[in-house]
Design a protein around this ligand. Structure first.
Ligand code: GDP
Ligand code: IMO
Ligand code: MG
Length: 423
């Protein structure tokens, strides 16, 4: 496996958690490199279902090391809750989970700022997860953030926190919210810091030693290419680099040590939150996809917007991530459809777009150009080999991989580990 980056090729929720779980078997270390607990990665093992937000999905495989890298924004309280939740379910989290001392923290004022900013935007809101992700990354870039390591240096933490609380209370006052108390936050965070102490370490050195020792490292991307701060449908994006480049800056592993990039994409498309979505279905077909695919957010429970597969979007993802291998998930959701559509290009006025327009106003006006496929109309749930899939399903899969421009390597036909076909 060597060093593999796994990224979402669409707008998130592609089934990254499931594919990570399947690939974890061959990995020594699984690393999260960006995002925070806005992510919700579902893994089904036997009859058990886990939703992971900050902890890498590799935690469910005994004997694997799991790292929350420097590029992640960590809400320490949410992390502690997740650790405790896993312990209650008898999942081992001691000596196999490490968090970077230089990862920035999500603070209570970030969550409130996230809410206020969304409120202020009114109908132009982004539809964030309200986990404080944007404001936490803003502070990081503005060089006023607090990092996990600061919890272990109480004086430094106090000084910086005092300044941030004072500054943000001015904003809260202006928007009619109650000010926050320095002491309450300080006490809570210092206490959590002591609990998290055994997990906090220099993950940059840890990971580079692992690279030197030829360990297999698997990067678990969160969100997806079109939610990336640089390559996504700005401003309707998240605040980090969800694309492959983020794996290097978010972990400290240099680019020349990356061997392979795997892109995960659903056999159709979903999006949660606001923003352009050219193949969105507003009719009963969209509703049917949502119901069959159980498309409700793993973090916020919001219904996901559903639509046909968009090859313009995935082609762009293959390009900016350097995707070698594709994992197509949720093929089974299409099992009963008589006709299936794939968007092969966009039309805007008289112009045909085969690449993603970077101007969001153009993208908003784009109409999908579809190729139609006959459905296979039988269950693929128990198929174990690619050759045993119905012919029409194989045609569909090969075509979406070809349009995207990378090799089809994995097909997922159900949420569980066993429901996976390797090519
Ligand atoms: P992630 O954020 O990319 O990890 O994806 P989510 O966990 O948010 O959403 C994917 C959902 O689809 C989860 O409920 C998974 O259990 C489920 N899932 C993953 N792969 C398959 C599949 O091949 N078929 C079906 N029916 N469900 C799947
Ligand atoms: P996983 O890792 C799908 C979306 C939000 C919103 C936008 C910005 O499970 O695929 P944020 O809270 O990050 O500031 O919200 O990004 N979003 C996701 N959508 N899957 C996710 O993660 C997401 N994380 C954020 O809905 O539109
Ligand atoms: Mg998700």
């Amino acid at each position: 496996m060597a060093t593999t980056i796994l990224v979402g090729a669409q707008w998130g929720d592609e089934g990254k958690g499931k594919i990570i779980d399947v690939l974890s078997e061959q990995a020594d270390i699984v690393v999260r490199y960006q995002g925070g607990n806005n992510a919700g990665h579902t893994v089904e093992v036997g009859a058990e279902k886990y939703v992971l937000h900050l902890i890498p999905s590799g935690i469910l495989y005994p004997g694997k090391l799991n790292v929350i890298g420097n590029g992640v924004v960590v809400d320490p309280i949410a992390l502690w809750d997740e650790i405790e939740g896993l312990r209650r379910r008898r999942v081992a989290v001691d000596n196999n989970l490490f968090v970077s001392e230089t990862a920035h923290m999500v603070m209570p004022y970030h969550r409130l700022l996230d809410e206020i900013r969304e409120e202020q935007k009114g109908h132009r809101k982004i539809g964030t997860t309200k986990r404080g992700i944007g404001p936490a990354y803003s502070d990081k870039v503005a060089r006023t953030g607090l990092r996990i390591g600061d919890l272990l240096a109480p004086e430094r933490f106090a000084e910086r926190l005092r300044r941030k609380v004072r500054e943000n209370n001015e904003i809260f006052k202006a928007f009619g919210h109650r000010p926050m108390r320095f002491q309450t936050i300080y006490d809570q965070y210092i206490a959590i810091g002591q609990k998290l102490k055994p997990f906090i370490t220099d993950t940059v050195t840890l990971l580079n030693r692992a690279v030197r020792d030829n360990k297999n490292i698997l990067f678990e991307g969160a969100q997806g290419t079109h939610l990336d701060i640089d390559f996504g449908t700005y401003p309707f994006v998240t605040s980090s680099n969800a694309t492959a480049g983020g794996a290097c800056t978010g972990s400290g592993i240099p680019p020349n040590r990356i061997d392979r990039v795997v892109g995960v994409m659903k056999a159709y498309t979903t999006r949660v939150g606001e923003g352009p979505f050219p193949t969105e279905l507003h009719d009963e077909q969209g509703t049917a996809l949502r119901e069959t695919g159980r498309e409700f957010g793993a973090t916020t429970g919001r219904p996901r917007r559903c639509g046909w597969f968009d090859a313009v979007a995935t082609r762009y993802a293959v390009m900016v991530n350097g995707i070698n291998d594709l994992a197509v998930t949720k093929l089974d959701v299409l099992d009963n459809l008589p006709k299936i559509k794939v968007c092969v290009a966009y039309k805007c006025g008289r112009k045909l777009w085969e690449t993603m327009p970077t101007d969001i106003d153009v993208l908003m006006r784009c109409q999908p150009v579809y190729q139609e496929f006959d459905g296979w109309r039988c269950s693929t749930r128990h198929v174990l080999e690619f050759d045993q899939l119905p012919k029409r399903a194989r045609v569909y899969l090969q075509r979406i991989a070809q349009l995207s421009g990378a090799r089809l390597s994995i097909v997922s036909v159900g949420a569980r580990r066993e429901e996976t076909i390797f090519l």
